[in-house]
Design a protein. Structure first.
Length: 207
């Protein structure tokens, strides 16, 4: 299922994120802020249990997460920009990394690194990458996770193209996708239009 988050704060921050005049510092901060807001929505259905605690005034019945183990897995390198704010919300989450790059000729994903928590198969995994373009990297990353036993995967992208969304839905219909926007499509270089350019370059100031 695809969830497009239309919250006014997300849309306002996304508008600034897209602007080519936005500085590296501000771009990096905005990626984190949008990720935190999206994380709030993507974790909405986590199970909770009722426990009893003592407040300074009286006993109280409250709800806490039901022992659910969580993991955040960014797709390197741009996905790193989404991690810190998410960890600030769910500090007990473990963090894995999947390293892929897109071949400039074929536009196909090439793996160069994959390091995941040993118990990743027992965790709810949030796979994060700012852009969902062709869907090649997303499908490959989900393939890696499922090959290691993962069955509970949520994908979070700030901007997606219809082409990439279709590829993920076709290959992995059991994976929910959370997006801040679905754009027009891809250009001849497989960049999202209007998009925001290369998210990794803009986060790390490498172009």
């Amino acid at each position: 299922m695809v969830h497009v988050l239309e919250h006014p704060l997300i849309q306002h921050k996304l508008a600034i994120l897209r602007d080519k005049h936005t500085s590296v510092k501000e771009f990096r901060e905005l990626v984190g802020e949008i990720s935190g807001l999206m994380c709030y929505e993507a974790t909405r259905n986590l199970p909770t249990v009722e426990v009893e605690i003592e407040t300074p005034v009286a006993p109280a019945k409250v709800r806490v997460l039901a022992g659910k183990k969580l993991a955040i897995v960014p797709v390197l390198r741009a996905g790193l920009g989404m991690v810190d704010k998410m960890v600030s919300l769910i500090p007990s989450a473990k963090i894995g990394h999947i390293g892929l790059y897109r071949d400039p000729e074929t536009h196909k994903p090439v793996e160069y690194y994959c390091k995941l928590p040993e118990d990743i198969a027992n965790r709810q995994v949030f796979l994060v990458d700012p852009m969902l373009a062709t869907g090649g990297s997303a499908v490959a990353s989900i393939d890696f996770l499922k090959a290691r036993g993962c069955r509970n995967i949520i994908m979070m992208n700030i901007i997606g193209a219809p082409e990439g969304i279709r590829e993920v839905e076709k290959a992995h219909p059991d994976v929910d996708i959370y997006l801040a926007a679905v754009d027009q499509g891809l250009n001849e270089h497989a960049y999202i239009v209007p998009g925001l350019g290369d998210a990794g370059d803009r986060i790390f100031g490498t172009k």
